[in-house]
Design a protein around this ligand. Structure first.
Ligand SMILES: *[C@@H]1O[C@H](CO)[C@@H](O)[C@H](O)[C@H]1NC(C)=O
Ligand SMILES: *[C@@H]1O[C@H](CO)[C@@H](O)[C@H](O)[C@H]1NC(C)=O
Ligand SMILES: *[C@@H]1O[C@H](CO)[C@@H](O)[C@H](O)[C@H]1NC(C)=O
Length: 562
């Protein structure tokens, strides 16, 4: 009897000790993690919608790699935010392989078709509105990018990445609020285009639910047969035929089946710069990773800290950031055209960073102080997904069909919305470059999906943004907010952002610090109207075993993880 009682006591004691230990571990984890929401212990996906973050997370839970999760989340995004991206567009992946401790870039940006016609491109700008038409469509790279990424880094079968989105496309769903904004905002243009049947009844009243029956069939074919059915098979042939039906003249439709056959994604090395304890990896041309690197390289010697954002000190900090953004604008024209590549090592160099930093004083200068050259026009669009899996692999991927709903050319038989990425060739003074220099080339892109890794590998940031020309400065601000100003990823993304446009006018979000705004005006920075179209950032910060994954609330997004 006595023995049994002491045995019982022992069990109770043991359970109590175990419970206490568990509580302590949980408490330590909480204490060690930044305060706030969006915390996970193992793996996470930050896409620009809750639905797609969850689809990505489910793939990770099923044993998928970060690349598997990213592809599944992107396929879903093409349904939830079809105005932003889809398989009729292109993307750039930055991928971290934890086992090999290596970062790789997969470039699946669209390419200019071979049959460009001189004199067709008179409709560059003013942005964001080139003239409508099939002639702006570039050769889609999206699926070749998924294929390449999956071949190298995939774990689950290709087909399983498509299943959740095929179901979603077949079943349909109430039009998400964010998509509804653009369906309403672009009502006339949509009603006047082949997109009409996706979002409106035949009498012109808006549909409450969106369904994608043709796209579901296309995705099923690609899931079963692989991307060749798109690039070399019947889906591609139907797509080209649909585009040809929508041309205004013979010279107009220039993308051919042969262009699709010839498309290949490339695997390249990332650019890198060191930022204190971190290495930042970001894609080379045609992305603007080099400009992002330049900005952070220029600003890092100011040795910003949390204090730099306190009290009156933050006025000087913002002034310096704005000035660095102006100098970055001054570099933009140097990375377009045939001589672009030769300028990249300069942009990454400490020498140019130092020289530029020394030119940042307390004054606001005339335009030619930062550059005498005319600027490329501002552009707006896109979607970004950040993923970390349970093995510590990471993906930072930005994907786009360029402007809202791309070219607004919808292929009815395949359900694909086509990009208008050739508009990104539009350069200074809204001119299109000599077509001989453009054929088969990828247009410059603001995409800068980045990964930052600490020297001891215990901390990692996976970050990127959408928003066309606003992408680079948005990504830079999120990185500075976390790395230098001491904010959690949640606060870093939430904080009001600024954007210095191609005319060096400073545009502030509505939420932006009003006192700083006042101080910048007094300093004679030219302050523009609040930005209507916003940049949208998705970021994940992992510190030891604590993952904070954040989707931007500007696009009503939400992350998912476990
Ligand atoms: C409608 O489309 C036609 C043909 O593409 C074009 O000429 C016209 O300007 C468009 N109207 C509007 C309101 O977009
Ligand atoms: C950074 O890039 C240079 C040039 O491509 C390369 O030689 C170097 O190994 C890279 N460093 C790291 C840490 O990846
Ligand atoms: C753009 O216009 C400016 C001023 O009109 C001119 O100086 C410059 O040469 C033009 N640039 C190009 C690339 O046409």
């Amino acid at each position: 009897m006595k023995n049994r009682r002491s045995c019982c006591c022992l069990v109770v004691l043991l359970v109590a000790v175990l419970l206490a230990a568990l509580t302590a571990v949980l408490l330590l984890w909480k204490l060690h993690c930044p305060r706030g929401h969006n915390l996970y212990s193992t793996a996470a996906v930050a896409a620009d919608s809750k639905e797609c973050s969850e689809i990505g997370r489910d793939i990770l839970l099923a044993g998928g790699s970060a690349v598997d999760g990213a592809i599944a989340a992107l396929l879903c995004t093409s349904l939830i935010n079809p105005q932003s991206m889809g398989i009729g567009g292109g993307s750039i992946f930055t991928i971290y392989d934890a086992k090999k401790d290596r970062v790789t870039v997969i470039n699946a940006r669209e390419k200019a078709p071979q049959k460009l016609t001189a004199g067709t491109y008179t409709g560059c700008g003013p942005y964001p509105k080139p003239d409508p038409g099939t002639h702006w469509i570039a050769v889609p790279g999206e699926l070749r990018g998924y294929e390449k990424a999956h071949q190298i880094f995939g774990k689950l079968p290709w087909k399983s990445l498509f299943e959740p989105s095929i179901k979603l496309a077949e079943r349909g769903f109430p039009i998400p609020n964010y998509l509804k904004l653009f369906v309403q905002h672009l009502r006339e243009e949509i009603l006047n285009s082949t997109l009409r049947s996706l979002f409106y009844h035949s009498d012109g009243s808006p549909l409450a639910n969106v369904r994608y029956p043709q796209l579901a069939k296309t995705l099923r074919a690609i899931a079963d047969e692989g991307p060749d059915v798109f690039y070399n098979g019947r889906i591609g042939q139907e797509l080209i035929a649909d585009i040809q039906k929508q041309t205004r003249s013979n010279s107009d439709s220039i993308i051919t089946f042969k262009d699709l056959n010839q498309y290949a994604a490339s695997v390249t090395e990332p650019l890198n710069i060191s930022l204190g304890n971190y290495m930042m990896y970001t894609p080379p041309l045609p992305s603007k990773g080099a400009i992002l690197s330049f900005i952070l390289n220029v600003l890092k010697d100011f040795k910003f800290s949390a204090e730099s954002m306190e009290g009156s000190q933050r006025m000087q900090t913002y002034h310096r950031i704005i000035e660095a953004f102006k100098f970055a604008n001054g570099q933009l024209n140097k990375i377009i055209g045939p001589k672009a590549q030769s300028h990249i090592s300069d942009l990454l160099s400490d020498q140019l960073a130092k020289l530029t930093q020394q030119r940042i004083d307390d004054e606001v200068h005339p335009r030619n102080y930062y550059t005498a050259e005319p600027q490329t026009p501002d552009k707006y669009a896109t979607s970004h997904v950040s993923v970390i899996d349970r093995d510590g692999n990471a993906v930072s991927v930005t994907s786009s069909i360029n402007h809202l709903f791309g070219s607004k050319i919808f292929s009815k038989s395949t359900g694909i919305i086509l990009n208008n990425q050739l508009a990104d060739f539009c350069g200074p003074n809204n001119t299109f470059p000599d077509i001989a220099t453009v054929k088969g080339q990828q247009p410059p892109s603001s995409m800068s999906p980045s990964i930052l890794i600490s020297q001891d590998k215990t901390s990692m940031m996976v970050v990127g943004s959408s928003g066309g020309s606003m992408i680079v400065s948005a990504t830079a601000q999120v990185i500075m907010n976390t790395l230098w100003f001491g904010l959690s990823m949640t606060d870093a993304i939430k904080k009001g952002r600024l954007y210095v446009n191609s005319n060096n006018i400073v545009n502030l979000e509505r939420e932006f610090d009003k006192e700083v705004e006042k101080a910048m005006k007094e300093k004679h920075h030219e302050i523009g109207q609040p930005i209507r179209l916003q940049s949208v950032a998705q970021g994940i910060f992992r510190d030891h075993g604590c993952i904070e994954a954040v989707s931007d609330t500007r696009k009503q997004g939400k992350s998912a993880g476990y």
